[in-house]
Write a protein that binds this ligand. Structure first.
Ligand SMILES: Cc1cc2nc3c(=O)[nH]c(=O)nc-3n(C[C@H](O)[C@H](O)[C@H](O)COP(=O)(O)OP(=O)(O)OC[C@H]3O[C@@H](n4cnc5c(N)ncnc54)[C@H](O)[C@@H]3O)c2cc1C
Length: 277
């Protein structure tokens, strides 16, 4: 099953807000005065707060380790069709907010989707079960779980209990909101080669969405200096974002743009979208 991530809500002028907060620490002027000084007309004693200055101030914040300025904003992602195995890992990030589809109230016992790890390929296992010789694929085991869940549900057992038969592969939807500082922390852990492949793919998809709306904040992550493959993939993603950015600027408010991720060669299919605000 194909997973999807949609960045559908985020702080408007995110980088400008963070940069104004940064500059306000070293200026007699307040953050909003600086924020408004785009053309340099509001504060004659200050340089214009143009895009270049915003970008330089954010780079300076990273250099100085002045990381609180990266907390002045939020990004909200709709994450669809990911496994329970993935969400169990994602919700370990305690500084993020989450809302996840309920297995008690959403009646999808027979119809739940699932993520099949690529390593299963077309393998089948032979086993003896209650005296019967079986040869089962990954899909067969999932189908058996579905049948069992439905059968017990039909027996009158509550959905909140029959869901115990649902495997970790079963898909779910989850919404998460994080500030840029926390997102960079999550990307550092989950884009790394030792992260589990499904959450790693998702992290790269979320990272790509973040880059489109805030390219300086999300230009890089500390682990690019540790892993060559992360550095190369990050550079490739920066190229992809630079290619699609002109079109993103042109589309209207409320329109959605897909970020093509095929060149990243992820382990499984994940689609990434950003809503223009
Ligand atoms: C490759 C990999 C393998 C993993 N394997 C396992 C495993 O086998 N078993 C397992 O249980 N977990 C495992 N985890 C999960 C991991 O231990 C963390 O729970 C998860 O990555 C959340 O990260 P975090 O704690 O840094 O940050 P978050 O919860 O995202 O918090 C961000 C930062 O805030 C600070 N912070 C948050 N809460 C506190 C606090 N209470 N006290 C002090 N500082 C705080 C820390 O600096 C923290 O880094 C694994 C994670 C990865 C990436």
């Amino acid at each position: 099953m194909r997973s999807e991530v949609i960045l559908f809500s985020y702080t408007k002028n995110l980088e400008r807000v963070c940069a104004a907060a940064m500059r306000s620490c070293y200026s007699p002027h307040s953050s909003f005065q600086l924020f408004e000084n785009k053309e340099g007309k509001v504060l004659p004693d200050e340089k214009p707060f143009d895009d270049e200055r915003v970008s330089n101030l954010i780079k300076k914040a990273f250099e100085l380790g002045h990381h609180d300025v990266l907390e002045h904003g939020e990004l909200t992602f709709d994450i669809r069709n990911v496994s329970r195995a993935l969400t169990h890992q994602l919700v370990r990030h305690r500084l993020a907010s989450f809302s996840q589809q309920s297995q008690r109230y959403v009646k999808i016992t027979r119809s739940f989707g699932y993520i099949k790890p690529p390593s299963f390929k077309e393998h089948k296992v032979k086993m003896k079960f209650k005296g019967i010789d079986l040869e089962l694929s990954f899909e067969d085991v999932i189908e058996f779980c579905k049948l069992a869940e439905e059968a017990f549900l039909n027996l009158g057992i509550k959905a909140e209990d029959t869901r115990y038969l649902r495997p970790n592969a079963a898909t779910t939807n989850i919404t998460t909101t994080m500030n840029p500082r926390q997102l960079l922390h999550v990307y550092s852990l989950r884009c790394a080669p030792d992260a589990q492949w499904e959450i790693r793919d998702l992290a790269w998809a979320m990272f790509s969405c973040s880059k489109l709306i805030a390219p300086t904040l999300f230009n890089t992550i500390p682990i690019v200096n540790i892993h060559k493959e992360v550095k190369e993939r990050n550079e490739l993603l920066n190229q992809i974002i630079a290619e699609i950015k002109p079109n993103f600027k042109k589309i209207g408010e409320g329109e959605i743009m897909e970020i093509p991720l095929d060149r990243l060669a992820l382990e499984h299919e994940v689609k990434a979208y950003v809503v223009k605000l």
